[in-house]
Structure formats: C-alpha cells, structure tokens
Design a protein. Structure first.
Length: 285
C-alpha cells in the first residue's frame, strides 16, 4: 500500500468584521446577553445605556481541523456465475467450445471480476471541544492565508488570545484513516493507495464582550464571529489562555507516532512519515 500525506498547514481566516465594528454592533444587542426574561422586560421598559458597562473585551482566534482523505483500490477476484437453463431436461451445455454440467438446474461459469473502489472522507473537527461539526465547512468559502506557527505567537504579544487546540494532528488523521481503510475480498490487488490530501488547522476570529448590568448586579458575555457576524448569547471569554504560546510539536505531530492499521491485502503496518518539520531531529539535537 502506498500512503501519501499532505503537508500540515495552519491558516488564518480573514476577518470580515473588525473588533471596533463588532463592539458597536454588540452594544446595541447587549440586553440579549442577559437572557430571554431580560429581553422581554426590556421591551416593556427599556433600560438606559448608562446602566450598563463594558467590563472586558476580547479578540481571540479559535481553531478547527479540516482533513480530507481518499483511497483508491483496484483488485480482481474470481467468482462463479450461476445461469438458469431452459428446463429440467437439460443435462449439459456447450459454451464457447467447452462443455458444462448442470447442477440443480443451473450452469456455473467461472469468471474474474475487476473491481474499483474510491472511498473518501472529509472531517471538520472543533479542536477545542473535539466535536465533529460539518457546519464548519462554511468557513472554507471565506479567504484564508497560510501562516507560520511563529506568527500566532506574535499575535499573542499584541494581546490577541490564541486558544490552544486540544486535539492533535495525529488523533485527527487516525480518525479519518480508520474510517476509510478497509479490507477487501480480493485474489489479486492491482492498485492500493491512500492519500491524505489535507491536514489543515483553521483559525477563525471571535470577539467576546463582557457586560455588567449595574442595577441588576448581573454579568454576561456576548460573542460575535469575526467572519460570519453571527451573534452568540451565553458566550465565554478565554482570559485564561492569554499569552499562552502554541507548541508546533503538539499540533503537527503526524510523523511522531506510528499508526498501525489493518489494510486491504493483509496486516500491513502503516507508518505516516512527516513532511516538513522533523520533530525527531529537534529532539535529538
């Protein structure tokens, strides 16, 4: 089996809404942060803006994985093809110069099937919650630029929060491969390849605003997606991640672990070789 692994990439989705624009939009919806009851009460008697204050605002990037894998199997297998004859009186049939006996009213022809399978799997995974989420595919419609991992560290120096992913590349690729590798019933395998076409870590901008309702002595957070403009109530802040640097060896470590899987044609051990940063050399340096 041939295994091809794409270079791992980190991509930054271009913000469509700036932090300043988000702050203005969210201020007009601040009452939504305090729940349905507050919204209904606000319709009856709208509270004054002076009764609210912005305690904290946050510009952060949180990520998701996008992995695409395709397999290509071409193989042959022998098979018997039963053909019903015209009646019970038939004892033998001559076909292409060869005589065949009839078994239980059927003529059995031996042949070879040429088979082709091309399964594929695409995975979108929230790297913080580890939840699969196909809706994340919508972000691929927006522009994104590939960035070096060092640039994310530069963003933290500017006060932007980079939320560290909780899922490594190894685990994501393993999940995709387990879903696409299969054992085929074959007498001869002609082509047997697996291609991991994408191992991409996308970062999307999110803005969080924490408000205090003074007269109610309540606090709440609203979030706005910097790409789609979607507003989320009951949001959260990630102050605890402020300034935390990312470890490239933690994120892109496909080449560190050996992945042993059963593959078509027998029990072959697959080792995914890393293309790019040679973690092993760094460790031995």
């Amino acid at each position: 089996m041939e295994i091809a692994l794409a270079d791992e990439r980190a991509l930054l989705l271009k913000e469509q809404i700036t932090l300043e624009q988000a702050e203005g939009r969210v201020w007009g919806r601040k009452l939504d942060a305090f729940g349905r009851v507050a919204r209904v009460a606000g319709m009856l008697q709208k509270p004054k803006d002076a009764d609210f204050e912005l305690l904290y605002q946050e510009h952060r990037y949180q990520s998701f994985w996008h992995v695409v894998c395709r397999a290509h199997y071409v193989y042959e297998r022998q098979r018997e093809f039963p053909i019903a004859v015209s009646g019970p009186e038939v004892e033998k049939v001559t076909f292409a110069g060869r005589e065949y006996a009839i078994v239980n009213g059927r003529l059995l022809l031996n042949g070879v099937e040429l088979c082709r399978e091309e399964p594929e799997k695409e995975l979108f995974l929230d790297s913080i919650t580890n939840a699969k989420n196909g809706a994340l595919a919508g972000y691929l419609q927006h522009p994104a630029n590939e960035i070096p991992m060092e640039y994310l560290d530069e963003l933290t120096a500017k006060g932007i929060v980079i939320v560290p992913p909780q899922t490594r590349a190894t685990a994501v690729v393993r999940d995709v491969l387990l879903g696409i590798l299969k054992s085929v019933r074959a007498d001869r395998i002609l082509e047997d390849t697996v291609t991991v076409e994408r191992v991409d870590l996308y970062y999307r901008p999110v803005y969080a605003f924490q408000y205090r309702w003074k007269s109610k002595n309540k606090e709440a957070v609203l979030e706005m997606d910097g790409v789609t403009g979607e507003l989320q109530t009951e949001g959260k802040t990630f102050q605890q991640y402020m300034g935390k640097l990312l470890d490239p060896e933690f994120l892109f470590d496909v080449g560190v672990d050996t992945i042993d899987l059963l593959v078509p044609g027998g029990g072959l051990a697959i080792k995914l070789a890393r293309k790019g940063l040679d973690v092993a050399k760094k460790r031995n340096a």
